[in-house]
Design a binder for this molecule. Structure first.
Ligand SMILES: [Zn+2]
Length: 447
């Protein structure tokens, strides 16, 4: 039971590494009593494209510097995936006594193939440890499907540009590589190219945004007018640039129904007449109700405030595009996620096997986004929303508390417990727990 709990902590570290632009691997070190002492995610990008910055190797090195060998011999290293030969070597030399891993090397190899950044070294860690003179106990694979889901879709993405390559490219190469980040405005990349080298992806983005913000008012207006209308003619006829098209399609704005289409037509016309450029919002950060609410509200803004708001949205749009395109140190956080857990405060333990449903709200209308059942830790096996799918909006979690307490002698006072909450920063982790007894409940904003 403790092994599963700690292994899931390693999965969470792997997800965090992935959200930060590193490879989706994580490890934690637990002491003799099972308490987690340290955690470490993969740091491929964070360490400057270091192919040896595996989570377990970094963790083994840190552990060896902090703890004495007799203590480490009693410790367990939990890894989301089976340690490679290099990491098994590091674990052996650090003197860590026990290893528990999720995904096996062979399953990982099936996922990564011969990916340039992870040509998996398919040697079982048990083989490496068996060659040593000190015994290392190995448990795994464990929770392998859950472990594999951490890698979902990661290795099939096309190889991305690196910041290093952009820093070394000639101006034409630099401009061409980044040409789709700021639509129809090659001057942004051309001017930013002169400020190289950039130490971080964030610095590159900030430099490009500065070109836009420092441009004179006429240039800015032309730039803003180059953006497409939301659910406008171009979106519906599929004549948009690739990025805009995919962004609008992510909310179905490429074929809105007649009512929604008419509503956008009216809003678009009013906005353009008032401000002289189209309404701009980072579609990928919002739910549809949030976009419509923003649209209605911004129609009443002062012209200078609207220009500032449009430029702030362009910063969001281009940050997401740049992060998807370029690998390198200092990537801005762009992917938030949502988790929950349920604590049975009457029994003083996690509430297992409680069903949870997540809805997206549009006024009083609910759209089901996810269902799950809590596991032995009172958590769901995977985040309810993960990997950049979290959007600004209003949500409702519904916990079937009545069914959970049905075996109690007294009938449960509570039936379904709804918790409504708003997501305002989709780049961060929202944790919405439920603390519940048959007669009372509470929650808080965790992270
Ligand atoms: Zn490794």
């Amino acid at each position: 039971m403790d092994d599963e709990t700690n292994l899931r902590a390693a999965f969470a570290v792997a997800r965090k590494a992935r959200a930060q632009g590193d490879h989706p691997f994580g490890a934690v070190l637990a002491g003799p009593d099972g308490t987690i002492l340290m955690e470490q995610g993969n740091a491929h990008a964070a360490e400057g494209q270091d192919p040896t910055a595996h989570a377990e190797r970094l963790l083994a090195t840190r552990a060896a510097k902090r703890h004495l060998a007799p203590f480490l011999a009693e410790c367990t290293l939990y890894s989301s995936a089976e340690p490679c030969a290099m990491c098994a070597g590091a674990i052996y030399w650090a003197g860590i006594g026990r290893v528990v891993y999720g995904q096996s090397k062979s399953s990982l190899k099936a996922a990564t193939g011969d990916h340039a950044e992870n040509p998996t070294l398919d040697l079982p860690c048990r083989t490496v440890f068996a060659a040593g003179q000190r015994r290392v106990e190995v448990v795994g694979p464990m929770l392998e499907d859950e472990a594999a889901s951490v890698q979902d879709g990661f290795w099939t993405q096309p190889p991305r540009l690196t910041l290093d390559a952009l820093n070394r490219a000639d101006i034409a190469g630099f401009t061409q590589a980044l040409g789709h980040v700021f639509e129809h405005a090659p001057w942004v990349e051309e001017q930013a190219a002169a400020l190289r080298p950039f130490e971080t992806v964030s610095a590159l983005h900030a430099a490009m945004m500065k070109m836009v913000l420092d441009a004179d008012a006429d240039t800015q207006t032309v730039f803003l007018r180059g953006h497409p209308e939301l659910a406008g003619e171009a979106a519906r006829r599929a004549t948009l640039a690739a990025h805009s098209s995919a962004e609008q399609a992510s909310l179905g704005l490429d074929h809105p129904d007649a009512d929604l289409g008419a509503r956008f037509d009216r809003l678009n016309a009013t906005y353009r007449a008032r401000f002289g450029f189209p309404f701009i919002i980072c579609v990928r950060r919002h739910t549809l109700p949030s976009i419509l609410a923003n649209f209605e509200q911004r129609l009443n803004g002062a012209p200078h405030a609207e220009r500032t708001a449009a430029l702030a949205e362009i910063a969001h749009i281009t940050r997401l595009r740049l992060t998807a395109l370029v690998d390198g140190p200092g990537k801005p956080a762009t992917e938030g996620w949502l988790t929950t857990h349920v604590l049975d405060t009457a029994a003083g333990r996690p509430a297992a096997r409680m069903t949870v449903a997540l809805f997206e709200l549009d006024g009083e209308r609910r759209t089901l986004r996810a269902t799950a059942t809590t596991n032995a830790d009172g958590r769901t096996d995977a985040p309810l929303i993960a990997h950049g799918s979290l959007r600004i909006g209003v949500y409702e979690l519904r916990f079937d508390v009545g069914a959970y307490f049905q075996s109690q002698p007294e009938p449960s006072f509570l039936g379904v417990v709804p918790i409504r909450f708003a997501v305002a920063e989709p780049e961060t982790h929202y944790h919405v727990p439920l603390l519940v007894s048959p007669g009372a409940y509470s929650t808080y904003r965790g992270s």
